[in-house]
Design a protein around this ligand. Structure first.
Ligand code: FAD
Length: 305
């Protein structure tokens, strides 16, 4: 019973650092929800918060607007995602400069999915950056940025084997990446094996697990099938029959994610990146369980003591 072992470790929050990922909102209603989420999560003092970027620059303005607001209205450190799909080098360089002028110092550098959709062949722009590694190189030339890249514990669906996949990660590190953030996964053994493979290949940057709280199991199962992430039978079993019971679904989801994170802490992992889906509830609960408390909670606690 892991939870009893963990509950005797009040120091755990000191060892764990978190970052949060948001996507740029499309409508006023979504924007309001994002800012409720940002306001709720800000007191947890994440190391950084990242904002995704649509392939082909489809969200360029919305990503920039969201980052600008984070810079101006919060104490948070934003990281801008960038992709190279369907863009010439000078266009990508222009976006890097635009973000840098706003005060962005952190980037998450990605190739992006093929313009025709996941599963179709990727065709680099004839005058563009061909992959994540080349984009990292461009960022390195453009400024002194903190550069995160993607990593795939179950290998990227386009990688024929793990050796090719790890080789691509190595190229990104050689070009200047300082951290890898993984695709979400539910089986911690797969993550651990991937990290071991990377270390054996001479990759020593942090490989931060990406944690996806399961807000909607059916959607997560469909998305996992598309991006090559395994949904273990035990996970499907946990959510079985909860499609029309959102309250129990949320309770199970926070228990599942906390269990995953606590097991990773036991394995020596200290940094976690949460895919928030612009929702605070589950992420806040999970952070609470791993000992990450808001400053307001500390103040309220000491006043009551
Ligand atoms: P890369 O690392 O460049 O390549 C992925 C794989 O393709 C490699 O592992 C390799 O197997 C193969 N490959 C590519 N080029 C070559 C080559 N020259 N030779 C041999 N093999 C090659 N998508 C978005 O659109 N916007 C986002 O904001 C976004 N954020 C993400 C954040 C994280 C943390 C992660 C994990 C993914 C994110 N994605 C995002 C999804 C990502 O764009 C897709 O997974 C995409 O298909 C691959 O992008 P990449 O940067 O991982 O690609």
């Amino acid at each position: 019973m892991n939870q009893f072992r963990f509950s005797r470790r009040p120091d755990i929050g000191d060892k764990v650092r978190v970052s949060f990922e948001f996507f740029p909102p499309k409508t006023d209603e979504m924007e309001a929800r994002l800012w409720d989420t940002v306001t709720r999560l800000e007191p947890l003092k994440p190391k950084f918060v990242s904002v995704t970027y649509g392939a082909g620059g489809s969200t360029r303005e919305r990503t920039a607007r969201t980052i600008d607001r984070i810079l101006k209205e919060t104490s948070l450190t934003p990281a801008a995602h960038m992709t190279c799909v369907d863009a010439a080098r000078h266009q990508v360089d222009g976006v890097i400069q635009e973000f840098a002028d706003m005060g962005v110092k952190r980037f998450v550098a990605l190739r992006g999915d093929p313009a025709a959709g996941v599963g179709t062949a990727y065709r680099p722009h004839p005058d563009g950056y061909a992959n994540g590694a080349e984009l990292v190189g461009a960022l390195k030339v453009a400024g002194d940025f903190d550069i995160s890249v993607s990593a795939y514990p179950e290998k990227h669906p386009e990688s024929p084997d793990f050796a090719t996949d790890i080789d691509m990660l190595k190229r990104k590190v050689d070009n200047g990446a300082t951290r890898a953030i993984t695709q979400f996964f539910f089986d911690n053994d797969l993550y651990e094996r991937y990290v071991e493979r990377a270390r054996r290949a001479g990759i020593y940057i942090p490989i931060v697990p990406g944690i996806l709280p399961v807000h909607n199991f059916t959607q997560v199962a469909n998305f996992s099938a598309r991006c090559g992430a395994l949904v273990p039978a035990w996970l499907a079993e946990r959510f079985d029959g909860l499609q029309n019971d959102p309250q129990t679904h949320a309770l199970v989801a926070s228990a599942v994610a906390a269990e995953q994170v606590l097991d990773l802490v036991e394995r020596g992992v200290g940094d976690f990146h949460f895919y928030t889906m612009n929702r605070a509830d589950l992420v806040f609960a999970i952070c609470h369980m791993i000992g990450i408390r808001s400053h307001e909670a500390e103040v309220a606690g000491s006043a009551a003591a």
